[in-house]
Design a protein around this ligand. Structure first.
Ligand SMILES: Cc1cc2nc3c(=O)[nH]c(=O)nc-3n(C[C@H](O)[C@H](O)[C@H](O)COP(=O)(O)O)c2cc1C
Length: 386
């Protein structure tokens, strides 16, 4: 099974199954001297954990509880990367494999059970094996390292739940939008406490009905210098989209104005270049230095492109949204087919998220960090060659 590695120069391989001994990652190509220790990785893992560090994201998530304690096996010495491969493992602890016995010979609607068997002829049915949401542990551990590398250059990645159960949160620029509020609430969603209570009540209702619900995660990256992204097949937006769609349950990605662009007009959608204005909150401090001689620094009046033009970062904040479908494992009765090819009714037991969106927030940030770290290194290599 190939396809477990992402990145060209900052490359990450993840491994492990939901109910195996451990999951983890091997990061190859991270420059030496990047500050990293167990606490930095543990902090990101805690944000992904069910009932983790978003105070009370438990209402939406599985009741599986694990410490998710990272063990750094190599590549870090006295709090800094050595420039050698960094291996991190997270041991599985709270797995109830017996809960999944009923799924050994039956295919869950909406999950990867049948397609994995159709491909490999064999499947680890315990917790979904490697098609489990738990697989994202390795991504988040690696993303913590990439974030630490990027933060040295002023790159700040922030994601939040922008819609859940059909309710859309205010967007940046709206006076009621507060990212700090989002990170500290039960759904990682920047909404008023009244709206939050209403969405939580809906999630609870769905949990009792044995159902699930989807939503969207928006990600904004500030401090991205212009010039990241490799024409033609490794465009920045193409690589980010590929990374996002590699996350379980992700069904769509849009940049900037996104799908609404299709109904717009050039005169409304084009982002007009204006002479560069240094705004540390919005634009990369690296912008002027990132430009070749003779290219004037510019910023843009609007950001409908989401910070990418021609697959290359334009110095504006990167902005994109990822759509997540409802969790497929539900305890509501569904019909399916078993391994004998017979029609069966199925109620999925085991511990599952009702809505994965709040837990997908740190995963989206991690995947963004992995792509950007790779793009930084590719750009530096280009510069050395030119
Ligand atoms: C953080 C996270 C948690 C998830 N938790 C669950 C879960 O509890 N139950 C479930 O059936 N699917 C869960 N999923 C979704 C499945 O992994 C995904 O639907 C499955 O692999 C099929 O892939 P697809 O939906 O991308 O086609 C989770 C995904 C993520 C990213």
């Amino acid at each position: 099974m190939s396809g477990n590695t992402i990145g060209t120069l900052f490359s990450v391989t993840t491994f492990g199954e939901s109910h195996g001994a451990a999951l983890g990652c091997v990061i190859d190509g991270c420059p030496a001297g990047v500050p990293i220790d167990k606490a930095i990785i543990a902090r990101e893992l805690a944000r992904r954990r069910p009932g983790g560090d978003a105070p009370g994201d438990a209402p939406a998530s599985t009741t599986r509880r694990e410490a998710d304690e990272p063990e750094i096996l190599s590549g870090v010495f006295e709090g800094k990367t050595l420039g050698t491969p960094i291996a991190v493992i997270i041991r599985n602890q709270d797995h109830h494999s017996v809960d999944y016995d009923a799924l050994r010979d039956v295919y869950r609607p909406g999950h990867a059970d049948w397609t994995w068997e159709a491909k490999f002829g064999i499947r680890d049915h315990r917790g979904g094996g490697r098609s489990s949401g738990r697989e994202t542990v390795g991504r988040v551990a690696a993303g913590a390292v990439a974030k630490s590398f990027l933060s040295q250059y002023g790159v700040v990645i922030q994601a939040w739940s922008s819609s859940i159960a059909g309710v859309t949160a205010p967007a940046p620029g709206d006076p009621s939008f507060s990212l700090a509020q989002a990170e500290n609430n039960a759904l990682r969603m920047p909404v008023s406490s009244a709206a939050l209570e209403a969405i939580l009540a809906k999630i609870e209702r769905l949990r009792l009905e044995g159902d699930s619900v989807g939503g969207g995660v928006t990600c904004v990256v500030r401090g991205v210098p212009p010039g990241l992204g490799e024409p033609v097949f490794d465009k920045l937006d193409a690589r980010l989209a590929q990374a996002m769609l590699s996350v379980g349950a992700a069904k769509g990605v849009e940049f900037g104005a996104g799908f609404a662009s299709a109904d717009s007009q050039g005169s409304l959608l084009n982002d007009a270049p204006v002479p560069y204005q240094s705004d540390p909150a919005e634009l990369s401090a690296l912008l002027p230095a990132a430009l070749p001689d003779g290219v004037p620094p510019v910023s843009f009046k609007t950001n409908n492109a989401g910070g990418v033009l021609g697959g290359i970062s334009d110095g504006m904040p990167l902005e994109f949204r990822v759509a997540f479908k409802p969790v497929p494992s539900i305890s509501k009765k569904q019909t399916t087919v078993d391994r004998a090819g017979s029609v069966r009714e199925l109620i999925v037991n085991g511990r599952h998220d009702v809505c994965i969106v709040p837990r997908a927030v740190p995963v989206v940030e991690a995947m963004t960090a992995l792509v950007l770290a790779d793009m930084f290194l590719l750009q530096w290599r280009n510069r050395q060659r030119n």
